[in-house]
Design a protein around this ligand. Structure first.
Ligand code: G3P
Ligand code: CA
Length: 289
Protein backbone atom coordinates (compact mmCIF):
# COMPACT_ATOMS: atom_id res chain seq x y z
CA UNK A 1 0.00 0.00 0.00
CA UNK A 2 1.20 3.54 -0.80
CA UNK A 3 2.52 5.30 2.33
CA UNK A 4 -0.05 8.13 2.11
CA UNK A 5 -2.91 5.67 1.64
CA UNK A 6 -1.63 3.62 4.55
CA UNK A 7 -1.50 6.74 6.74
CA UNK A 8 -5.05 7.69 5.73
CA UNK A 9 -6.31 4.19 6.47
CA UNK A 10 -4.57 4.18 9.85
CA UNK A 11 -6.10 7.55 10.71
CA UNK A 12 -9.56 6.32 9.73
CA UNK A 13 -9.15 3.17 11.82
CA UNK A 14 -7.99 5.21 14.79
CA UNK A 15 -10.98 7.53 14.45
CA UNK A 16 -13.34 4.52 14.39
CA UNK A 17 -11.64 3.07 17.45
CA UNK A 18 -11.95 6.36 19.31
CA UNK A 19 -15.63 6.54 18.37
CA UNK A 20 -16.13 2.94 19.53
CA UNK A 21 -14.40 3.43 22.86
CA UNK A 22 -16.00 6.78 23.63
CA UNK A 23 -19.50 5.69 22.67
CA UNK A 24 -21.88 6.67 25.44
CA UNK A 25 -25.17 4.98 26.21
CA UNK A 26 -27.13 3.81 23.21
CA UNK A 27 -26.04 6.77 21.12
CA UNK A 28 -24.17 5.96 17.89
CA UNK A 29 -22.91 9.24 16.40
CA UNK A 30 -24.26 12.73 15.86
CA UNK A 31 -25.06 12.25 12.18
CA UNK A 32 -26.48 8.73 12.52
CA UNK A 33 -30.10 7.74 13.14
CA UNK A 34 -31.16 6.85 16.69
CA UNK A 35 -30.20 3.43 17.96
CA UNK A 36 -33.10 0.96 17.91
CA UNK A 37 -33.74 -1.12 21.03
CA UNK A 38 -35.88 -4.26 20.88
CA UNK A 39 -38.49 -3.80 23.63
CA UNK A 40 -38.79 -6.92 25.81
CA UNK A 41 -36.86 -8.48 22.92
CA UNK A 42 -38.45 -8.42 19.47
CA UNK A 43 -41.74 -8.74 21.29
CA UNK A 44 -44.05 -8.28 18.30
CA UNK A 45 -42.66 -11.51 16.87
CA UNK A 46 -41.88 -13.72 19.87
CA UNK A 47 -43.13 -13.90 23.46
CA UNK A 48 -41.85 -10.91 25.41
CA UNK A 49 -38.90 -11.26 27.79
CA UNK A 50 -38.10 -14.82 26.66
CA UNK A 51 -34.99 -16.25 25.04
CA UNK A 52 -36.76 -16.60 21.66
CA UNK A 53 -37.53 -12.86 21.80
CA UNK A 54 -33.85 -11.95 22.08
CA UNK A 55 -32.91 -14.59 19.52
CA UNK A 56 -35.40 -12.96 17.15
CA UNK A 57 -33.89 -9.53 17.81
CA UNK A 58 -30.46 -10.93 16.99
CA UNK A 59 -31.81 -12.60 13.84
CA UNK A 60 -33.20 -9.23 12.75
CA UNK A 61 -29.75 -7.74 13.23
CA UNK A 62 -30.62 -5.64 16.27
CA UNK A 63 -27.84 -4.98 18.76
CA UNK A 64 -29.84 -3.71 21.73
CA UNK A 65 -32.57 -5.51 23.68
CA UNK A 66 -34.60 -4.36 26.67
CA UNK A 67 -35.97 -6.54 29.48
CA UNK A 68 -37.69 -6.47 32.89
CA UNK A 69 -36.26 -8.05 36.03
CA UNK A 70 -38.23 -9.17 39.11
CA UNK A 71 -37.75 -11.60 42.04
CA UNK A 72 -39.32 -14.91 43.05
CA UNK A 73 -40.54 -15.96 46.50
CA UNK A 74 -37.25 -17.75 47.18
CA UNK A 75 -35.11 -14.84 46.04
CA UNK A 76 -34.18 -15.72 42.45
CA UNK A 77 -34.20 -13.06 39.74
CA UNK A 78 -36.34 -13.74 36.70
CA UNK A 79 -37.13 -11.85 33.50
CA UNK A 80 -40.81 -10.96 33.22
CA UNK A 81 -42.78 -7.74 32.80
CA UNK A 82 -45.96 -7.96 34.90
CA UNK A 83 -45.89 -8.44 38.67
CA UNK A 84 -48.32 -11.30 38.01
CA UNK A 85 -47.63 -14.45 36.01
CA UNK A 86 -51.18 -14.52 34.66
CA UNK A 87 -50.92 -12.71 31.32
CA UNK A 88 -47.74 -14.23 29.89
CA UNK A 89 -47.76 -17.77 31.32
CA UNK A 90 -50.15 -20.65 32.00
CA UNK A 91 -49.94 -20.07 35.79
CA UNK A 92 -53.71 -19.85 36.09
CA UNK A 93 -54.08 -23.29 34.53
CA UNK A 94 -51.19 -24.92 36.40
CA UNK A 95 -51.85 -23.33 39.79
CA UNK A 96 -55.63 -22.60 39.73
CA UNK A 97 -55.96 -21.72 43.41
CA UNK A 98 -52.98 -19.32 43.59
CA UNK A 99 -54.67 -16.10 42.33
CA UNK A 100 -53.52 -13.40 41.67
CA UNK A 101 -50.38 -15.33 40.64
CA UNK A 102 -47.85 -12.73 41.79
CA UNK A 103 -44.25 -13.40 40.75
CA UNK A 104 -43.14 -12.77 44.34
CA UNK A 105 -45.45 -15.52 45.65
CA UNK A 106 -43.98 -18.32 43.50
CA UNK A 107 -40.66 -20.12 43.87
CA UNK A 108 -38.21 -20.25 41.01
CA UNK A 109 -38.90 -23.99 40.66
CA UNK A 110 -42.63 -23.33 40.34
CA UNK A 111 -42.04 -20.62 37.76
CA UNK A 112 -39.65 -22.86 35.83
CA UNK A 113 -42.57 -25.25 35.18
CA UNK A 114 -44.64 -22.58 33.46
CA UNK A 115 -45.18 -22.23 29.73
CA UNK A 116 -44.37 -18.63 28.78
CA UNK A 117 -44.79 -19.11 25.06
CA UNK A 118 -48.17 -20.70 24.24
CA UNK A 119 -50.12 -17.52 25.03
CA UNK A 120 -48.25 -15.87 22.16
CA UNK A 121 -48.39 -18.71 19.63
CA UNK A 122 -48.33 -22.52 19.50
CA UNK A 123 -44.88 -22.50 17.89
CA UNK A 124 -43.52 -21.12 21.18
CA UNK A 125 -45.08 -23.80 23.41
CA UNK A 126 -42.69 -24.87 26.15
CA UNK A 127 -40.78 -21.58 26.25
CA UNK A 128 -39.78 -20.79 29.84
CA UNK A 129 -39.59 -17.66 31.98
CA UNK A 130 -35.82 -17.16 31.99
CA UNK A 131 -33.81 -16.55 35.10
CA UNK A 132 -31.66 -13.44 34.84
CA UNK A 133 -28.54 -15.61 34.68
CA UNK A 134 -29.95 -17.67 31.80
CA UNK A 135 -30.98 -14.50 30.04
CA UNK A 136 -27.55 -12.88 30.42
CA UNK A 137 -25.87 -15.93 28.97
CA UNK A 138 -28.08 -15.78 25.88
CA UNK A 139 -27.56 -12.04 25.44
CA UNK A 140 -23.83 -12.67 25.62
CA UNK A 141 -24.07 -15.61 23.23
CA UNK A 142 -25.99 -13.40 20.78
CA UNK A 143 -23.44 -10.56 21.12
CA UNK A 144 -26.27 -8.26 22.13
CA UNK A 145 -26.39 -5.22 24.39
CA UNK A 146 -28.86 -4.84 27.22
CA UNK A 147 -31.10 -2.10 28.55
CA UNK A 148 -32.03 -3.83 31.82
CA UNK A 149 -35.11 -2.56 33.64
CA UNK A 150 -35.55 -3.11 37.35
CA UNK A 151 -39.32 -3.58 37.37
CA UNK A 152 -41.36 -2.82 40.51
CA UNK A 153 -38.19 -2.57 42.65
CA UNK A 154 -40.25 -1.37 45.60
CA UNK A 155 -41.57 -4.96 45.86
CA UNK A 156 -38.08 -6.42 46.03
CA UNK A 157 -35.81 -4.72 48.60
CA UNK A 158 -32.16 -5.15 47.68
CA UNK A 159 -32.83 -6.10 44.05
CA UNK A 160 -30.26 -3.53 42.89
CA UNK A 161 -27.35 -5.16 44.75
CA UNK A 162 -28.57 -8.63 43.77
CA UNK A 163 -28.84 -7.70 40.09
CA UNK A 164 -25.34 -6.23 40.12
CA UNK A 165 -24.02 -9.43 41.73
CA UNK A 166 -25.49 -11.58 38.97
CA UNK A 167 -24.18 -9.22 36.32
CA UNK A 168 -20.72 -9.43 37.92
CA UNK A 169 -20.90 -13.23 38.09
CA UNK A 170 -21.81 -13.35 34.42
CA UNK A 171 -18.89 -11.10 33.47
CA UNK A 172 -21.03 -8.10 32.62
CA UNK A 173 -19.32 -5.57 34.88
CA UNK A 174 -15.98 -5.56 33.10
CA UNK A 175 -14.83 -2.55 31.09
CA UNK A 176 -16.08 -3.62 27.64
CA UNK A 177 -19.58 -4.38 28.94
CA UNK A 178 -19.73 -1.23 31.07
CA UNK A 179 -18.54 0.95 28.21
CA UNK A 180 -20.78 -0.26 25.49
CA UNK A 181 -23.20 -3.00 26.37
CA UNK A 182 -25.14 -2.34 29.56
CA UNK A 183 -27.54 0.30 30.87
CA UNK A 184 -29.76 -0.22 33.93
CA UNK A 185 -33.02 1.74 34.04
CA UNK A 186 -36.10 2.01 36.23
CA UNK A 187 -39.21 4.07 36.84
CA UNK A 188 -37.98 4.26 40.43
CA UNK A 189 -35.67 7.20 41.10
CA UNK A 190 -34.49 5.56 44.32
CA UNK A 191 -33.63 2.34 42.54
CA UNK A 192 -31.62 4.06 39.80
CA UNK A 193 -29.81 6.16 42.38
CA UNK A 194 -29.02 3.04 44.40
CA UNK A 195 -27.52 1.32 41.34
CA UNK A 196 -25.37 4.37 40.73
CA UNK A 197 -24.21 4.51 44.36
CA UNK A 198 -23.44 0.79 44.53
CA UNK A 199 -21.58 0.69 41.23
CA UNK A 200 -20.89 4.15 39.82
CA UNK A 201 -19.32 2.74 36.65
CA UNK A 202 -22.67 1.31 35.48
CA UNK A 203 -24.62 3.51 33.10
CA UNK A 204 -28.17 4.20 34.20
CA UNK A 205 -31.41 5.59 32.86
CA UNK A 206 -34.52 7.04 34.47
CA UNK A 207 -37.81 6.01 32.90
CA UNK A 208 -40.15 8.95 32.77
CA UNK A 209 -40.41 12.61 31.84
CA UNK A 210 -39.22 14.69 34.80
CA UNK A 211 -39.93 18.41 34.73
CA UNK A 212 -37.16 20.30 32.97
CA UNK A 213 -36.40 22.10 36.24
CA UNK A 214 -35.73 18.74 37.89
CA UNK A 215 -33.44 17.35 35.18
CA UNK A 216 -30.19 18.70 36.72
CA UNK A 217 -30.92 16.64 39.83
CA UNK A 218 -31.12 13.47 37.72
CA UNK A 219 -27.95 14.29 35.82
CA UNK A 220 -25.90 13.49 38.93
CA UNK A 221 -26.75 9.79 38.80
CA UNK A 222 -28.12 8.93 35.33
CA UNK A 223 -26.85 8.89 31.76
CA UNK A 224 -30.26 8.72 30.10
CA UNK A 225 -33.74 10.11 30.56
CA UNK A 226 -36.18 7.72 28.86
CA UNK A 227 -39.64 9.23 28.35
CA UNK A 228 -42.79 8.01 26.63
CA UNK A 229 -42.99 9.06 23.00
CA UNK A 230 -46.28 10.87 23.64
CA UNK A 231 -44.61 13.14 26.22
CA UNK A 232 -41.72 14.19 23.94
CA UNK A 233 -40.87 17.38 22.10
CA UNK A 234 -37.77 18.83 20.51
CA UNK A 235 -37.45 21.35 23.32
CA UNK A 236 -37.55 18.59 25.94
CA UNK A 237 -34.87 16.57 24.14
CA UNK A 238 -32.75 19.72 23.84
CA UNK A 239 -33.16 20.38 27.56
CA UNK A 240 -31.93 16.86 28.36
CA UNK A 241 -29.03 17.09 25.93
CA UNK A 242 -27.92 20.38 27.45
CA UNK A 243 -26.97 18.59 30.67
CA UNK A 244 -23.94 16.45 31.39
CA UNK A 245 -24.80 13.02 32.76
CA UNK A 246 -23.21 10.84 35.42
CA UNK A 247 -20.34 9.80 33.18
CA UNK A 248 -19.36 13.20 31.86
CA UNK A 249 -21.20 13.02 28.53
CA UNK A 250 -24.38 14.80 27.46
CA UNK A 251 -27.48 13.19 28.93
CA UNK A 252 -29.22 11.08 26.30
CA UNK A 253 -32.84 10.24 25.49
CA UNK A 254 -34.33 6.89 24.53
CA UNK A 255 -38.07 6.98 23.98
CA UNK A 256 -40.76 4.26 24.09
CA UNK A 257 -42.75 2.58 22.70
CA UNK A 258 -42.57 3.41 18.99
CA UNK A 259 -43.82 0.77 16.57
CA UNK A 260 -44.66 2.58 13.32
CA UNK A 261 -42.63 4.38 10.70
CA UNK A 262 -44.20 7.83 11.08
CA UNK A 263 -43.67 7.92 14.83
CA UNK A 264 -40.12 6.65 14.40
CA UNK A 265 -39.31 9.47 12.01
CA UNK A 266 -40.98 11.96 14.34
CA UNK A 267 -38.90 10.71 17.28
CA UNK A 268 -35.74 11.01 15.19
CA UNK A 269 -36.82 14.55 14.29
CA UNK A 270 -36.99 15.40 17.98
CA UNK A 271 -33.33 14.40 18.16
CA UNK A 272 -33.59 11.33 20.40
CA UNK A 273 -30.63 8.98 20.78
CA UNK A 274 -32.59 5.75 21.05
CA UNK A 275 -35.99 4.37 20.06
CA UNK A 276 -37.41 1.44 22.05
CA UNK A 277 -39.72 -0.70 19.93
CA UNK A 278 -41.70 -3.93 19.82
CA UNK A 279 -41.20 -3.84 16.03
CA UNK A 280 -37.56 -2.81 15.85
CA UNK A 281 -37.24 -3.90 12.23
CA UNK A 282 -40.04 -1.52 11.20
CA UNK A 283 -38.47 1.34 13.12
CA UNK A 284 -35.00 0.63 11.79
CA UNK A 285 -36.25 0.54 8.21
CA UNK A 286 -38.01 3.88 8.69
CA UNK A 287 -34.96 5.49 10.26
CA UNK A 288 -32.50 4.10 7.72
CA UNK A 289 -34.77 5.28 4.95
O1 G3P B 1 -37.99 0.58 28.21
C1 G3P B 1 -39.19 1.27 28.28
C2 G3P B 1 -40.34 0.46 28.71
O2 G3P B 1 -40.00 -0.88 28.82
C3 G3P B 1 -40.98 0.90 29.95
O3 G3P B 1 -42.27 0.42 30.08
O4 G3P B 1 -43.99 -1.06 30.93
O5 G3P B 1 -42.83 -1.66 28.85
O6 G3P B 1 -41.66 -1.84 31.00
P1 G3P B 1 -42.70 -1.10 30.21
CA1 CA C 1 -39.51 -2.53 30.39
Amino acid sequence: MHARALAATTTALLASAILLFTASGTHAAADEPPVVIAHRGASAYAPENTLPAIDKAAALGLRWVENDVQRTKDGKLVVIHDDSLKRTTNAEELYPDRAPWKVKDFTAAEIARLDAGSWFGPEFAGTRVPTLAQYMRRVEHNHERLLLELKNPELYPGIERQTLKILANEGWLDAPHLTDRLIIQSFSTDSVRTVHELKPAVKTGFLGTPNVADLPGYAGFVDEINPTFSSLSTSYVDAVHALVGAHGKPLEVSTWTVDDADSARKAAGYGVDGVISNKPDVVRAALDG
